[in-house]
Design a protein around this ligand. Structure first.
Ligand code: CP
Length: 308
């Protein structure tokens, strides 16, 4: 019977903290949890949530996932705890890991997350940093698996900013050996170190493609993915980015150039009629709300493995 496995790294800061086998196992667990074929209990376990930025999906899906496991969450709001007053991370992490069994953190600098993980004696989970959004990627690849059943022949095209979401897609894509194409303006390329790490993992170097032409990128693609052009904290760059990303919207014209069976993903929240049109978000190819639901199932699977 399928059961949670102990993850070798006992943390999830990056997609690279898990192996291909662990990733496949988490997705399989998530699928079974979603179908209610599996009952996993971690009664009385406590997940601490430290969110320096707003969240709907990540926060609520973690809360519901812990509740389904029989555990609970504590919302450690930085503005009402001593985190907001600037207590050093190494002190906060050592104290919280005496109360909580796991800690999920959404913050700006990835290095702060790494500092938490360094001092915490309990598993730390990346709930989004400037570098990666690995929990999002788990949900993305579960959604793709549900649609295409296996990852062979999947071509995933991400159109937009080479941001944290793109980074995690690239790294998970490399672990799964699927073709990932990134279409972005020259100023907004993914982080070179992420590209280099992915290329080291890919057995076939040509499976990761970076282009500035969305139309070339969607030709033959069966997954079209986008995210907001200006992430949280980049509000002052909004006007400039809106100009720079002209021509990078997923609209029905671009969708028609992809495979007939192509699905459309967006991690949400979206700016409708900017990076994606209203029509495409709600069209029959869209799996955006299944993708949002899958945050819950993959995080329940991830928590089960980290608690096992
Ligand atoms: N996709 C995502 O992380 O959504 P939230 O910001 O609402 O958590």
């Amino acid at each position: 019977m399928l059961r949670p496995i102990k993850l070798a790294n006992n943390k999830f800061l990056s997609c690279l903290d898990i192996s291909t086998e662990e990733l496949v196992h988490i997705l399989e667990l998530a699928k079974n949890l979603k179908n209610r074929n599996l009952n996993i209990e971690y009664k009385n376990k406590v997940l601490g949530l430290i969110f320096d930025k707003s969240s709907t999906r990540t926060r609520v899906s973690f809360q519901v996932a812990m509740s389904r496991l029989g555990g609970t969450t504590i919302d450690l709001n930085p503005t009402t705890s001593q985190i907001g007053r600037g207590e050093p991370i190494k002190d906060t992490a050592r104290v919280l890991s005496r109360y909580c069994d796991l800690i999920a953190i959404r913050t700006f600098n990835h290095s702060d997350l790494e500092e938490y993980a360094k001092w915490s004696t309990k598993p730390v989970i990346n709930a989004l940093t400037d570098l990666e959004h690995p929990c999002q990627s788990l949900a993305d690849f579960l959604t793709i698996k549900e649609e295409f059943h296996d990852f062979r022949n999947v071509v995933l095209t991400f159109i937009g900013d080479g941001n944290n979401v793109a980074h995690s897609l690239i790294l998970c894509g490399a672990l799964l050996g699927i073709e990932v194409r990134i279409a972005c303006p020259d100023k907004y390329l993914p982080n070179p170190s992420v590209i280099q790490k992915a290329r080291e993992i890919y057995k076939n170097d040509s499976l990761l493609k970076i282009t500035h032409d969305p139309y070339t990128a969607v030709n033959g693609a069966n997954v079209l993915y986008t995210d907001v052009w200006s992430s949280m904290g980049e509000e002052n760059q909004k006007d400039e980015k809106d100009k720079d990303f002209a021509g990078f919207s997923i609209d029905s014209h671009l969708l028609k150039k992809a495979n007939k069976d192509a699905i459309v993903l967006h991690c949400l929240p979206a700016y409708r009629n900017k990076e994606i049109t209203n029509e495409v978000i709600d069209c029959e190819n869209s799996r955006i709300f299944e993708q949002a639901e899958n945050r819950l199932h993959v995080q329940q699977a991830l928590l089960s493995c980290l608690l096992s």
